[in-house]
Design a protein around this ligand. Structure first.
Ligand SMILES: NC(=O)c1ccc[n+]([C@@H]2O[C@H](COP(=O)([O-])OP(=O)(O)OC[C@H]3O[C@@H](n4cnc5c(N)ncnc54)[C@H](O)[C@@H]3O)[C@@H](O)[C@H]2O)c1
Length: 336
C-alpha cells in the first residue's frame, strides 16, 4: 500500500511516517512545504529507507500534488498538513484559511480527480484520512464529553479552519463518493515537539530558568496523548476504520493546565538534581500567571469509546509520557 502523508515533517505526522516506515508498508510519500514548524531531523531514521520518499511542496499546489499521486500510485492519503498554533491563528488567521481550509479543498479536488480514474478494485482500497482535532467541538461544560456526533463549536481561528476542512472532507464523501475517514485527536505531546507548544515551552523555560507562563488561572482542562500512541491510533483507523466515519482519539485523562505544568516541574525536579540548578530549587517556583489567551476554551474532553472498539488503547500514562519527553529533551539539551 502506497501512502501519501501531507505535513509529514511536522510533529504528529512524522511519528506516523516513522511508524509506517518501520512496519515496512509499501511506500510512504511525505509531502511537506517545510514551514517554520517542520523539522526533517524527525525523519532521520527514515531518510535512507526504500519505503520512504520526501517531496517538498505546498498542498495548495494542485499540479504537483496531482503528479505525486500519479507517480507513486497512491492508495491512501493521510492529510495532516496544517498551520497548528492557536496563538498564531489569533495574530494572523489568513495563513490558517489558506493552508488548512484551501489546502484541504485542493487536496480533496486532487483526490477526486485521481479517484475517478482508479479501477474498481483500487477504488475499494482507497482512503482519504483527514487529521482533525478535539478543538472543533469547542468548550465543554461539566462532565460532558464530545462524541463523534457532537456539534461543532470552534472558538479560535485555528479550530474554525479545522472545522471547515472537516466539513469539506465529509461533503466530498457525500457528494462525490470519496471514501473518507476523520480522526479527532486531543493534545499531543512527546519528544521533538516545536517549542511554541505548552509542554516543550515549559521544559525549555524551566531549564533556562526563565519564567513559565500560564494563561489566566491555569484551570483550563485538556486531555493529553503521547504522540506515538496517537500515531498508532491514526494508523488503526486507516486500516480498520469504517468508511465515512469519524473517530475520537484521546486517553480520557483530563488535567488542568496548572496541574500538568506542576507535574512536569516535578518530573524535571527528579531528573535535574538541585545541585545542578543555579538559583531555583524547585521548578514550579518559575510559574508565572499571564493574561489569558483571547477566546480561550476552558475544557476539551472526548469520549474515545468508538476507537477502542477497533482494538486501540493508549500504551503510556501521562506520567510515563512526560518522563520520556523530559528525558529526550535533556539528552538533546546536553548535546547542544
Ligand atoms: N498538535 C496537536 O496537539 C494536535 C492535536 C489534534 C490534531 N492536530 C492536527 O494534526 C496535524 C499535525 O499537527 P502538528 O501539531 O503535528 O503540526 P506541526 O505544526 O508540527 O506540523 C505541521 C506540518 O505541516 C506542514 N505544512 C503546513 N502548511 C503546509 C502546506 N500548505 N503544504 C504542505 N505542508 C504544510 C508544515 O511544514 C509542518 O511540517 C494538524 O492537522 C493538526 O491540526 C494537532
Amino acid at each position: 500500500m502506497n501512502i501519501l502523508i501531507t505535513g509529514g515533517a511536522g510533529f504528529i505526522a512524522s511519528a506516523i511516517v516513522r511508524q509506517l516506515v518501520r512496519e515496512g508498508r509499501g511506500l510512504v510519500v511525505n509531502v511537506d512545504k517545510l514551514t517554520y514548524a517542520a523539522d526533517l531531523t524527525r525523519l532521520a531514521d527514515c531518510a535512507g529507507s526504500h519505503h520512504y520518499q520526501f517531496v517538498q511542496a505546498d498542498v495548495c499546489d494542485r499540479k504537483i500534488m496531482q503528479q505525486v499521486m500519479n507517480e507513486y500510485n497512491i492508495d491512501a492519503v493521510i492529510h495532516a498538513a496544517a498551520e497548528t498554533h492557536v496563538d498564531r491563528s489569533i495574530e494572523s488567521p489568513e495563513k490558517f484559511l489558506r493552508s488548512n481550509v484551501a489546502g484541504t479543498y485542493h487536496m480533496l479536488e486532487v483526490v477526486r480527480d485521481y479517484f475517478t480514474k482508479l479501477t474498481e478494485v483500487k477504488k475499494k482500497q482507497f482512503r482519504f484520512l483527514q487529521i482533525s482535532t478535539d478543538e472543533v467541538y469547542g468548550d465543554l461544560d461539566g462532565l460532558e464529553r464530545a462524541d463523534e456526533s457532537s456539534p461543532y463549536r470552534p472558538s479560535s481561528p485555528y479550530a474554525a479552519s479545522k472545522a471547515a476542512a472537516d466539513h469539506f472532507t465529509r461533503s466530498w464523501a457525500r457528494t462525490y463518493g470519496i471514501p473518507v475517514l476523520v480522526t479527532h485527536s486531543s493534545n499531543n505531546y512527546g519528544p521533538g515537539q516545536n517549542e511554541e507548544k505548552l509542554i516543550p515551552k515549559v521544559i525549555s523555560n524551566a531549564l533556562a530558568q526563565k519564567s513559565i507562563p500560564i494563561f489566566g488561572t491555569g484551570s483550563q482542562v485538556r486531555d493529553w496523548i503521547y504522540v506515538d500512541d496517537n500515531a498508532r491510533a491514526v494508523i488503526n483507523v486507516l486500516d480498520h476504520g469504517k468508511i465515512g466515519e469519524s473517530y475520537n482519539i484521546s486517553t480520557g485523562d483530563e488535567v488542568e493546565n496548572i496541574h500538568l505544568v506542576s507535574q512536569l516541574c516535578e518530573v524535571l525536579d527528579n531528573f535535574v538534581r538541585s545541585s545542578e540548578k543555579s538559583e531555583v530549587r524547585k521548578y514550579h517556583q518559575l510559574i508565572e500567571y499571564v493574561d489569558d489567551r483571547a477566546g480561550h476554551d476552558v475544557r476539551y474532553a472526548m469520549n474515545a469509546g468508538k476507537i477502542s472498539q477497533l482494538g486501540w488503547k493508549p500504551k503510556l500514562s501521562l506520567e510515563q509520557g512526560l518522563r520520556m519527553t523530559v528525558k529526550s529533551f535533556l539528552k538533546n539539551f546536553k548535546t547542544q
